[in-house]
Design a protein around this ligand. Structure first.
Ligand SMILES: [Zn+2]
Length: 164
């Protein structure tokens, strides 16, 4: 909490409002994804069957950040959490496979097959995206205003403890 609570709350508001128009995949879609990737990391191939807690549902395209299942692949905690970040997935995959061109082709094809299988999601309507942005802005501004107002009341209702 502490100083980070306000930015964290704003981040949460943004993600929640975005999910109203771009929902997360369902549990059964995620199960199907795990099956497609044979319970191993789509990038490094690490076996995740017995390491459930280390398996993540990565965003392939992290910049566009669509939550749709076609933009999600099974990934280990290392690839998802520490290494890939905002990198383009094809570039990242190349890095993970090193000079093994066959391996790279195979993993890349598995990802492309997954995207094809899930169907191309329609891009979020520009007007809807604009509405989301506006809603995020309005909610965050209002949230911050209330937060600051209540914070200022803290000084009034909680005067400093007099020194004994
Ligand atoms: Zn990995």
């Amino acid at each position: 909490m502490g100083n980070h609570s306000l930015p964290q709350a704003k981040n949460f508001i943004e993600r929640t409002l975005r999910k109203a128009v771009d929902p997360d995949p369902s549990r059964s879609q995620i199960d199907e994804m795990k099956l497609h990737f044979k319970w191993s990391c789509a990038y490094c191939g690490r076996d995740l069957k017995t390491a459930e807690r280390k398996s993540h549902v990565d965003h392939l395209d992290a910049v566009g950040h669509r939550n749709h299942i076609s933009n999600r692949v099974l990934s280990c905690d290392i690839c998802n959490g520490d290494e890939k970040r905002e990198q383009n997935w094809e570039q990242f995959l190349g890095m993970k496979c090193g000079s093994d061109a066959d391996l790279r082709r195979e993993r890349s094809q598995r990802i492309i097959d997954w995207q094809v299988k899930c169907g191309n999601p329609q891009a979020i309507d520009k007007e809807v995206a604009e509405q989301v942005k506006q809603s995020v802005y309005d909610c965050c501004a209002m949230f911050e205003e209330h937060y600051k107002r209540l914070r200022s009341m803290r000084k009034i209702s909680n005067p400093e403890t007099p020194k004994l």
